[in-house]
Design a protein around this ligand. Structure first.
Ligand code: ZN
Length: 517
């Protein structure tokens, strides 16, 4: 029996050769940090990370972005120290989803590539790394000087398996400003403790503060806060009537896939939780799944991981796909092409705080959506946004046309009057592009656009050298254009025709040279 099991494990291992996370272990802050960096190195196009700041004991609060989409959802884990199995869960998601993305595989019926090209899933896999470390490693992971303080907050015990708070003894999921005052007033825990102390004020703990700020930055359509235990799903906190059907529908779908039982909405919820705050602040769906069968005052065992993974792996992709639908409902559809003329910055989302280091060179690009002052375009990096500005609908025509400029003409860097520069004197130029009365010409300073006035298009005179007799005084012109008539007529005489342009003749006369009709 043992041998068969071993063979089975081998097959599974080789089938997912590109798996980098082993979730079947006590998953520490150090392990998570290491795995995160490996994943970002292996899948740089879809996995990126950043630190949201440091905890009081110097650990980074890591955020990981998975996907290329402009729609966003936000999944966070381990608000509570003893609930670190939720970190295993989301790290396994990043590992498995990115592998499926790269292999262009479907995952639980979802086309992972299409989901992650439309939606970026932001993860904070360990909101509370100090607390998790204390719960997993005990006092030894902390400076001696604070041991007595930690023991006191732990009601005198040196066993930290029940620890839920951060290392300051603040319960991070009682820190959010949603009904916080009454939560705090009604709490029996009035000072730092291994659990249930809501702090002296909301967002007092740097961890909760950073998560709230990060939420504003990500602006997610849906959030999931993973907790343990009990296999139930919280989804409600004073949801406004106009959103309740949407929120219930999403919660019920998650409940069906995870087989977690939806918690009945309470008319008097306690509040203070991340989900509560998110629902109340953003009027968007926020879910709190409680992983694992019920365990009392400790972490769920590793042995329950595979079951919880099976229950959540599809549901989390479902939420990402739903996030895209909610986002797309806010974006105005578009399907046309534009031409840009200058380098412009690209944005991940239509918002200045989502400016990337990427720029778009002058290009003919397809617009797939608009939102406020931004246009969405498709790029190899996924959908990106540019600010509305100097571009033309459609594109210019490529031409090769001589134009006789009869007046001093202003040069423009692109076909917009606002983009004016220096002037050029009357002369014949060669236009290489045309757009709506504008022409691009080559100059010593590169390509410039002109909108010529009184110019002669397609000016292509034929050389000549013949005599002509003028019998009566005629008008003559500086250029073969009726607006360029000279004050004094050309007197009767014999002239030499040097050039012919349609009905126009360029002549040499006693008075000088000029154009006659
Ligand atoms: Zn919890």
């Amino acid at each position: 029996m043992a041998l068969i099991l071993f063979a089975g494990l081998c097959a599974a291992d080789s089938a997912k050769a590109a798996s980098y996370v082993n979730p079947n272990q006590v998953y520490s802050y150090e392990r998570m940090t290491y795995d995160m960096k490996v994943l970002a190195r292996k899948y740089p196009s879809i996995v990126q990370y950043r630190s949201l700041g440091k905890t009081p004991y110097g650990r980074e609060i890591w955020a990981i972005k998975l996907g290329k989409g402009d729609a966003t959802v936000f999944y966070n884990s381990s608000h509570h120290a003893r609930e670190w199995l939720t970190t295993n869960l989301v790290m396994e998601m990043i590992d498995q989803y990115s592998e499926a993305y790269m292999a262009k595989r479907t995952f639980e019926g979802y086309n992972v590539q299409s989901v992650l090209n439309n939606t970026s899933i932001w993860f904070v896999p360990m909101v509370n790394p100090d607390g998790v470390t204390l719960q997993q490693k005990g006092l030894n992971a902390f400076p001696k000087s604070i041991h007595s303080k930690l023991i006191k907050m732990n009601n005198g015990s040196r066993n930290f398996k029940r620890w839920k708070a951060n290392a300051q003894g603040i319960d991070l999921n009682r820190q959010y400003p949603a009904n916080w005052d009454s939560l705090s007033r009604n709490s029996s825990v009035k000072s730092p403790s291994f659990k249930n102390f809501s702090g002296y004020r909301p967002l007092q703990a740097v961890e909760a503060q950073k998560i709230a700020q990060f939420t504003a930055f990500v602006d997610p359509e849906i959030t999931i806060s993973y907790h343990t235990s009990g296999r139930i799903l919280y989804w409600h906190f004073k949801n406004k009537p106009q959103f309740i059907d949407r929120d219930r529908r999403i919660a019920e779908a998650y409940g069906r896939m995870s087989r977690y039982t939806l918690v009945k909405p309470s008319s008097n919820p306690s509040g203070g939780g991340y989900k509560d705050w998110f629902i109340q602040t953003y009027n968007r769906p926020g879910l709190t799944p409680e992983l694992s069968y019920g365990v009392y005052e400790t972490n769920p065992p590793i042995s329950v991981f595979n079951e919880e993974w099976k229950r959540n792996r599809k549901a989390a992709l479902y939420v990402a796909a739903e996030g895209d639908k909610l986002w797309e409902a806010k974006v105005s559809d578009a399907n046309y092409n534009i031409t840009t003329f200058e380098k412009v910055p690209l944005y991940d989302r239509p918002n200045t705080s989502h400016k990337t280091k990427l720029t778009l060179n002058p290009a003919y690009v397809k617009v797939t959506g608009t939102y406020k002052d931004y246009l969405r375009i498709g790029t190899t990096y996924g959908p990106k946004w540019i600010k509305k500005g100097y571009y033309i609908n459609g594109t210019y025509k490529k031409i090769s046309m001589p134009i006789l400029l009869t007046e001093k003409t202003q040069l423009h860097s692109m076909p917009f009057t606002a983009k004016a520069g220096t002037y050029i004197n009357p002369q014949t130029v060669k236009a290489v592009k045309s757009y709506n009365g504008w022409y691009a010409i080559q100059t010593v300073n590169g390509e410039k656009w002109i909108k010529p006035v009184n110019a002669v298009l397609n000016f292509n005179p034929v050389e000549a050298n013949e005599q002509a007799v003028i019998t009566t005084a005629v008008d003559w012109y500086d250029y073969p254009h009726t607006t360029k008539k000279r004050a004094v007529q050309l007197q009767p005489q014999t002239v030499t025709v040097k050039q012919v342009w349609g009905t126009w003749r360029y002549v040499t006369a006693a008075e000088g040279e000029g154009w006659i009709k």
